[in-house]
Design a binder for this molecule. Sequence first.
Ligand SMILES: Cc1ncc(C[n+]2csc(CCOP(=O)(O)OP(=O)(O)O)c2C)c(N)n1
Length: 294
Amino acid sequence: MPFSIPKVELMEPGHTACHGCGATLAMRFTLKAMGKNTVVSVPACCWAVIPGAMPNRTLDVPMVYTPFAATGASISGLREALDLQGKEDYNVVGFAGDGGTADIGLQSLSGAMERGHNVFYIMYDNEGYMNTGVQRSGSTPFGAETTTTPIGKDRNFKKQKKKIVADLMIAQKVPYVATATIAYPEDLIRKINNAKAVHGPKFIQILAPCPTGWYYSPEKTVEISRLAVQSRMFPLFEYVNGKFTLSKPSKTVPVTEYLDAQNRFSHLSTEEKEEIQKDVDGRWSDLMKMEKND
Ligand SMILES: Cc1ncc(C[n+]2csc(CCOP(=O)(O)OP(=O)(O)O)c2C)c(N)n1
């Protein structure tokens, strides 16, 4: 297969992200696929500080800072304003964290998708409120330690399961929905290109591992992102106008390989890890059924 990652760089060196930040790679690959005619709207999140302080900015495309809850509303307005100016060829991209998407921004996202604006909403999923100090979000998986689910003597890890926003978007029949991760940039870029071919709202959830909040060493970000897919903790799929396609990893590994690579899960017992494996297996068979039923 020919190398398909565009050479264009719309993210300059000099950003202020932590070493090994998966969200930084998510933005870099997203912009490579989007191209120069792109406007990005970013709410309060790590990406609100990663571009650097004024007058410096690491992005070579216009960027709007938007209130935490308002990414969906912001991209709706940007789209309509650009269309009125005859700039239909500009991509309007909301680029928000999982807290800003699964929790506080969910109604705004859902409204924008329902109104049918021709926009992209990218949720970079680092599974916690990382910018403010690693608090749990609705998208934090079962079993994770965060600063609001600290282990302590009560073993107070997150007891609820991950809220999967891509599933909510499919339930809402958004015309284009996909999951992706930074270990597979060609898959991510192909999905953005497929999304571009769909006129209407598009939602992509990108798993973006976070060494600071998942408690692992920064050089392991790509490896952990790959393990998320191979362990099926984070399945990759695409849903285009009602047609669902699931990517089957060429190599599969038990969830313990993914869990044991990060200290946020280091307190889990064998039984708790087995519970996670069972849950992952159940979801995988549900996704396989979804593909068959299409
Ligand atoms: C209304 C409102 N509440 C709280 C905050 C404080 N705040 C800023 S960023 C942030 C966390 C964002 O988490 P997430 O969306 O997951 O993105 P990440 O930081 O992980 O990149 C919070 C709570 C805010 N800016 N506005």
